[in-house]
Write a protein that binds this ligand. Structure first.
Ligand SMILES: *[C@@H]1O[C@H](CO)[C@@H](O)[C@H](O)[C@H]1NC(C)=O
Ligand SMILES: *[C@@H]1O[C@H](CO)[C@@H](O)[C@H](O)[C@H]1NC(C)=O
Ligand SMILES: *[C@@H]1O[C@H](CO)[C@@H](O)[C@H](O)[C@H]1NC(C)=O
Length: 529
């Protein structure tokens, strides 16, 4: 009896201690992900979930349905059906009239910025901000995509801001933390240039960087400022420029093994693959059965979460179906609501498939993909070779990378034919070099001191422990463009050199002239003589 009591007491004390400790360490974190893109949300929400599982009190505000129904964070949905629709229209136009990414850049930026503005100014959000003032949260986690103005939330709650970005750093991200842009050997992610660059490559890379940093960013900034002033009026909030310089840390969903190799400031942390589960979930039984029983291999086909059947051209759909239905393999084809392209014994259509868990299955032989970053990375992580049909945005650039690295082949969507698609599929299926290359990369990509989830938890705790960790910030954040390029210093030194040169020239002239004056009469004398 006594022993029981003592034991119970011990358990009680232990329980109290753990609860108290948890309470002390648990921070109140607000995740704000105002993006219409599901693939972006999957990444930001994976960070939020890691933090919630580590014991923090995490609230997420998003505009689409919660992407992880089993997540440990509290989810608040701000309904913006219109925003989702208009984003779908932007995507549809891009697929129908593909142009270089740079022609679509402003469309993309304004679509994201508009949606974020409508989320921030939504009555439900305004009410939330009224009820949660300064001190209500210890940290803001912002899903970044052309929404600098949302950093006003850090000023609203008076707490540090951490940014989540879905790919390798781009110009706007670099500017926020003073990360060097180094266009000579780090081509912009939006361009299809890959390092190492030739002379002409460097010329192009320089022009692209110039365009992004000196033209696109300043134009976009005007819009950012308007939206910021609307949502965070100057009578109650600091100016946008001050808020932008207050970012504590950036997580980029990228890993150096993917290239390009580049220098990063200490508060830019790579967490590439955060959205990939370290251990796959069990598959739905019917899908598991197909995969387990097809020892010869299964092909997985998906054009991503954003693209629906109705976005594609009918002729192209027919081409894809004709090629796929003739393959001697079972094919799992993710195909959303519209009418099926046809029926075939070897094809299993589903409007949704657990991609990550499927790619983790050892019998998956090939992934036919649109080449979205999320899909490419999952395929690389699981070591599955790819055939890409890139449609828009970063997809062509991602597939150029895949081809160069030997992980698969890309076919052009605009000129897609049964022959081009079939040739690519046959080559990747039958030539073992693709599988070997992607499996070698898979081992490289996974070899890290901490998993992406552990990395996230460590660095968020670090920022919290050190009250925003301002000591990590690069002084470059507080300098302007010409100071960063030392244009003022070069100008100053040139001015000195110029002044000295002018003085020297003047003095020389003076000496020469006097010399000539002295000499001339002699010559004349000599002539006279
Ligand atoms: C979590 O944080 C929110 C926002 O500050 C707060 O309202 C809520 O009570 C917290 N929950 C717990 C369990 O501490
Ligand atoms: C900057 O961040 C600190 C915490 O790191 C916060 O207290 C402050 O309110 C923020 N200031 C602005 C202007 O965002
Ligand atoms: C931001 O949203 C508000 C309210 O929805 C709107 O009045 C304002 O014009 C928007 N700003 C911009 C720059 O789109």
């Amino acid at each position: 009896m006594n022993v029981c009591k003592i034991f119970a007491l011990h358990v009680l004390i232990l329980l109290c201690l753990t609860l108290c400790c948890n309470h002390i360490n648990a921070a109140r974190i607000i995740g704000f992900f105002p993006t219409p893109s599901k693939s972006h949300t999957l990444i930001h929400a994976a960070i939020a979930d890691s933090l919630a599982r580590a014991g923090h009190n995490v609230t997420v505000i998003g505009i689409s349905k919660n992407v992880y129904p089993n997540a440990k964070y509290k989810f608040i949905e701000i309904k913006l059906t219109e925003a989702a629709e208009s984003h779908q229209n932007v995507l549809q136009n891009m697929v129908k009239k593909p142009k270089s990414f740079y022609f679509n850049l402003f469309n993309f930026v304004y679509s994201f910025a508009n949606t974020a503005n409508r989320t921030l100014s939504h009555p439900k959000m305004k009410d939330f901000l009224r009820r949660h003032g300064a001190g209500a949260f210890d940290l803001v986690l912002l899903g970044f995509a052309a929404n600098d103005f949302a950093m006003g939330l850090g000023a609203h709650f008076g707490c540090p801001t951490i940014i989540s970005f879905v790919v390798q750093p781009v110009s706007s991200i670099n500017r926020l933390v003073g990360n060097p842009s180094e266009s000579a050997y780090v081509p912009s992610w939006f361009s299809e240039l890959k390092a190492p660059l030739t002379f002409w490559g460097r010329v192009l890379s320089f022009l692209v960087a110039f365009y992004e940093e000196w033209i696109v960013l300043p134009i976009v900034k005007i819009n950012m400022l308007k939206i910021y002033n609307y949502n965070f009026p100057s009578d109650r909030y600091p100016p946008l420029d001050e808020v932008r310089k207050n970012v504590s840390l950036i997580f980029t969903n990228h890993h150096f093994s993917q290239g390009p190799i580049r220098p990063n400031v200490p508060n830019l942390i790579e967490i590439g693959g955060i959205q990939i589960k370290e251990k796959p979930d069990p598959l739905p039984t019917d899908i598991a059965k197909v995969l387990d029983e097809s020892k010869e291999g299964v092909i997985y086909f998906s054009l991503g979460s954003n693209i629906k059947g109705s976005h594609l051209n009918e002729e192209k759909i027919k081409i894809m179906f004709n090629v796929i239905s003739k393959l001697p393999y079972k094919v799992l084809w993710k195909w959303s609501p519209t009418e099926l392209p046809g029926e075939s014994k070897n094809i299993i259509f589903r409007d949704w498939l657990p991609q990550d868990d499927i790619l983790a299955h050892p019998n998956v032989k090939l992934f036919i993909t649109h080449g979205g970053m999320g899909s490419v990375v999952e395929s690389q992580y699981h070591g599955v070779p790819m055939v890409g049909i890139p449609l828009f945005g970063d997809q062509p650039s991602n597939m150029v990378n895949v081809e160069r690295s030997g992980y698969g082949l890309a076919v052009d969507y605009l000129t897609l034919s049964e022959e081009s698609l079939n040739n690519a599929i046959q080559d990747v299926l039958n030539n073992p070099k693709y599988k070997e290359a992607v499996q070698t990369f898979s081992r490289l990509y996974r070899d890290r001191p901490m998993t992406p989830r552990e990395t996230v938890v460590y660095w968020v705790d670090y920022v919290l422990r050190h009250k925003g960790a301002k000591h990590m910030q690069s002084p470059a954040v507080h300098m302007n463009r010409w100071q960063l390029l030392s244009l003022d210093v070069i100008g100053f030194l040139l001015a000195i050199v110029l002044t000295i040169s002018v003085v020297i020239v003047k003095v020389c002239k003076l000496i020469c002239c006097r010399g000539r004056k002295n000499k001339l009469p002699k010559v004349e004398k000599a002539k006279k003589n």
